[in-house]
Write a protein that binds this ligand. Structure first.
Ligand code: XBP
Ligand code: MG
Length: 257
């Protein structure tokens, strides 16, 4: 039976609750800077999150929610320019400490690092966003905690496609059975499953609770702290849970048989 060697972390919604008060606000600031009257409120953004990737999300918005907008001649450059402006706003928000890590994330990262497990990030978001989040929450050396930061356009297709997880495992010479993944959304769960990874811990958030997490080893409301345990949202032996390394090893063992 394969041993648990590596943990692969999604970023948005998993390491930090970044979407409603982070990415969404940054998109709106970029639209305002460009003189566009587009306003992605919380409800609309929840619908737009069905599409991963900021550039892809802007296109999806214009294709389905703002079909009357007259597209500029160089549409690709227009979308890329808006997205670059959004990323600048978003990384500035992170640098200002606007977005904290979710409960239990720093505790668990320290525990698994001390135990010598290999860590990677597998995210749809732009690499600069990952760096800014890690620096602002864990300090300038935190990027080095992760052997691989698989992010954004490095993979041909974004989640729910498995590409980003396959790319990360290839870079680390890992097999799916060596890994356990952390996700927050149905798109992320599908990406992990289609990459062949069976051990998967889901922590839901305001935008993803109620989504289909079929195939997850365990679904929690967060990773929990000893003083404030998480709540199990899928069948488990206890109502209150603190996600620690022994739990991860049990989930991995159960998932891989
Ligand atoms: C979440 C995403 C990203 C972010 C926006 O990524 O789908 O697109 O919403 O970031 P994950 P960008 O959950 O995989 O971390 O604008 O940089 O894409
Ligand atoms: Mg996510």
């Amino acid at each position: 039976m394969a041993q648990l060697q590596a943990l692969l972390f999604d970023v948005d919604g998993t390491l930090a609750d970044t979407e409603r008060d982070g990415h969404r606000v940054a998109f709106n600031r970029a639209f305002a800077d460009a003189g566009l009257d587009w306003e992605w409120d919380e409800a609309l953004y929840g619908k737009l999150l069905a599409v991963t990737g900021g550039k892809e999300r802007i296109r999806h918005y214009l294709d389905h929610f703002n079909t009357g907008f007259e597209r500029p001649a160089d549409y690709d450059a227009f979308v890329a320019g808006l997205h670059a402006a959004k990323t600048a706003h978003y990384t500035r928000m992170l640098d200002e400490g606007a977005i904290p890590l979710r409960p239990g994330v720093e505790r668990l990262l320290q525990e698994v690092r001390d135990a010598g497990l290999r860590l990677a990030v597998a995210t749809t978001t732009t690499p600069a966003n990952v760096t800014a989040l890690l620096h602002s929450t864990l300090g300038s050396g935190a990027e080095g905690w992760f052997e691989v930061i698989a992010a954004g356009d490095v993979a041909p297709a974004k989640k729910p496609a498995p590409d980003i997880y396959l790319w990360a495992m290839e870079q680390m010479n890992l097999q799916p059975a060596d890994c356990l993944a952390f996700e927050d959304s149905d798109n992320g769960v599908r990406s992990v499953k289609d990459a062949g990874i069976r051990a998967l811990l889901v922590t839901v958030n305001g935008y993803t609770e109620g989504q289909d997490f079929d195939g997850a080893s365990l679904v929690l409301d967060q990773l929990g702290e000893p003083s404030a345990p998480a709540r199990a949202l899928s069948p488990w032996e206890a109502e209150q849970v603190v996600a620690d390394l022994p739990l991860l090893r049990r989930l991995h063992e159960q998932a891989n048989g």
